[in-house]
Design a protein around this ligand. Structure first.
Ligand code: ADP
Ligand code: MG
Length: 616
């Protein structure tokens, strides 16, 4: 048989490798910014056009490259940053693979201009699909400028795969934030489509955070400082009352490199134990400095993960440091403050970290399938208003979601009279009965058998159709607020709100003022509790930014979905009898009762036949 193995031509091999490094315009941004930092710059400009699809350019004032280096920089595995394998364990630079420029040049049009400080003129090189099309001397300031145009011009499939400009720009801004947060000692300017989006002068860390996320951020920050033999922690955590519904502002840097770590994130979350409202996430901006020998970052060019030699110790120290800070600033109850004196004895701490992650299981002990009345637990701690028949009654639960203590308290059974009513005393004539199962499902009888409804999804469907109708047909009613609501957002977030302002107004929102970093609201849709407004808007912004790619984007639809998601009664919420029935009736009055707005099943049925089969 003839030989069949062939070496791939260079340009094909380069394109394949490039796919690993460059997945989207944001990857180019990351690589170019990191090169500029490695070059020792203290002033870096980022220029973006059309979410990076047309242009990504980074201009720095770093050390530049010689004529030979400029040419070599585009070769695969050409790097000035490591010389041998041992250097990998002493990394002080961001790059080390020598792959980025080669990869980018394989799939875009690249123009490099660079000059070293002591030279009079610099060099320019133009590359197209891994080929040099021009090389010349050029007059250029000290430092390096790399422009990347027409990304994926030779891989149409990749280009078509890119998401909308909104989404790609979001990714670019995320990368920019990460790099800028890790390097407050470097000035950054970011131009987006000709407008200055960020101008971050050299500053301290706190100012850098504030310059990125808005002046209001300042009062939300609590400093964290800790130094032990194994690591140094510095940075800020957010006060619990400013916790967000989305995980946006959570940043870990290890030796100035942004990383993601679910494990360390858990350490922080556990330090906030009992301080956060359900479903909210604290912000943090933390820098860990560890000996480069104790970490392994040589995993994957685009991954932001890292391996630590001793994760357990890190976990414990981090948790303790954050707790300490929250305690010092009188945010955490002081009694709760356990600063371990044995911080440097990891063995002890390992036990502590194990304890921190013990899962808790919630059981609805008061559930009684034979009991027609609302469960005892609601009566024991009666904080509800008289149940009303109105549609709005479904929201009542929202306000009285019940704090943790209320719920715990109610687990201590108070035997009320209702609780001991025998099942035979019930009104057995009643045919349409509902029960709530595990504060999650509504079980009801139907002619053919039984019906189980997911309360959260069902309510989402109901609200969604309701909002859609308001948005498209009739103007919604607005309820005026006694005091205007002043909400703070970053300027990109404000931009999203402005984009949706008109639609929001159709649902009943009334804006009295929209400024650079804040909005003032004087009216909200009827039935929307004031306390939920910021959560709804946050959710909405995050939905717009992460817009599902295949859905044909419609602001109205997204808004209706997003509001329905935020306002629907949650799993875990107990409902009064009349609320349960109302939910069932409303669901079946919907146009598409069987699926939630995100296409998930809202209810299942089981016929008597099916049940019979189970009893054979
Ligand atoms: P790496 O950063 O992993 O070394 P790159 O492909 O990103 O690989 O860059 C290759 C080389 O080009 C770098 O090692 C560096 O010597 C040089 N280089 C790249 N960008 C710059 C820059 N902005 N300023 C100075 N030198 C640069
Ligand atoms: Mg690099």
């Amino acid at each position: 048989m003839a030989d069949i193995i062939q070496l791939l031509p260079d340009h094909v091999a380069n394109q394949i490798a490039a796919g690993e490094v460059v997945q989207r315009p944001a990857s180019v941004v990351k690589e170019l910014l990191e090169n500029a930092i490695d070059a020792g710059s203290d002033s870096i400009k980022l220029i973006i056009k059309d979410a990076g699809k047309t242009l990504v350019q980074v201009i720095d004032n770093g050390k530049g490259m010689s004529t030979t280096d400029a040419r070599l920089s585009f070769e695969r595995h050409a790097t000035s940053k490591i010389r041998n394998a041992e250097d990998l364990f002493q990394l002080h630079t961001k790059g080390f693979r020598g792959e980025a420029l080669a990869s980018i040049a394989a799939i875009a049009h690249v123009e490099l201009k660079t000059k070293q400080p002591h030279d009079d003129v610099g060099n320019t090189i133009v590359m197209e699909g891994s080929k040099v099309t021009n090389q010349d001397v050029v007059v250029t300031p000290q430092g390096t400028s790399v422009s990347v145009k027409n990304l994926f011009f030779n891989i149409p499939a990749r280009r078509n795969f890119l998401k909308s400009d909104n989404v790609e720009l979001r990714h670019i801004i995320d990368e920019f934030h990460r790099v800028a947060l890790a390097h407050p000692g470097i000035g950054f300017v970011f131009y987006n489509n000709g407008n200055e989006a960020f101008n971050l002068p050299i500053s301290n860390y706190r100012q850098r955070i504030v310059n990125i996320f808005g002046t209001k951020t300042n009062e939300k920050l609590v400093p964290v400082e800790e130094e032990t033999e194994v690591l140094k922690i510095s940075g800020f955590v957010g006060k619990p009352e400013f916790a967000k519904k989305t995980r946006g502002e959570q940043y870990f840097f290890v030796n100035d490199r942004f990383i993601k770590s679910a494990y360390l994130n858990h350490a922080i979350a556990s330090a906030y134990d009992g301080l956060l409202k359900n479903g909210t996430h604290a912000s943090y901006f933390l820098n860990l400095t560890v000996d480069p020998q104790t970490i392994d970052i040589n995993i994957h060019p685009t991954k932001t993960e890292i391996k630590f030699d001793d994760e357990h110790t890190l976990y414990a120290i981090l948790r303790s440091a954050v707790k300490h800070s929250l305690g010092q600033f009188n945010i955490a109850p002081v009694l709760d403050f356990e600063r371990d004196a044995n911080l440097d004895t990891p063995y002890e701490l390992k036990k502590e970290s194990a304890r921190a992650s013990t899962p808790t299981i919630e059981v609805d002990r008061s559930f009684n399938p034979f009991q027609d009345e609302a469960p005892v637990k609601q009566r024991a701690v009666s904080y509800k208003k008289e149940p009303t028949e109105s549609w709005e009654s479904l929201y009542v639960g929202l306000e009285s979601k019940g704090t943790k203590t209320q719920q715990d308290f109610s687990e201590v059974h108070f035997e009320t009279e209702e609780a001991t009513v025998s099942m035979f005393d019930k009104d057995i004539e009643k045919t349409h009965t509902t029960y709530q199962l595990h504060n999650k499902y509504i079980v009801s009888t139907i002619k053919s058998g039984m019906l189980v409804i997911d309360q959260h999804r069902a309510h989402q469907r109901i609200l969604y159709e309701d909002y859609l109708q308001h948005l498209t047909i009739k103007g919604a009613l607005s309820q005026q607020l006694l005091f205007p609501l002043d909400l703070h957002f970053s300027n990109q977030e404000i931009a999203v709100i402005i984009q949706l302002k008109e639609d929001l107004e159709h649902t009943g929102f009334v804006f009295s003022n929209v400024k650079e970093e804040s909005i003032e609201i004087i009216g909200v849709p009827v039935g929307v509790p004031e306390s939920e407004v910021s959560i709804i808007l946050e959710q909405l912004i995050s939905d717009v930014e992460n817009e599902v790619p295949d859905s044909n984007f419609s602001a109205t639809d997204l808004l209706a979905k997003s509001m329905a998601k935020s306002l629907a009664i949650k799993t875990g919420q107990s409902l009064q009898k009349d609320e349960q029935e109302h939910l069932v009736n409303k669901l079946f009055a919907c146009k598409e009762p069987n699926v939630s707005p995100t296409n998930r099943t809202t209810f299942v049925t089981m016929s008597v036949d099916e049940l019979d089969k189970k009893f054979i």
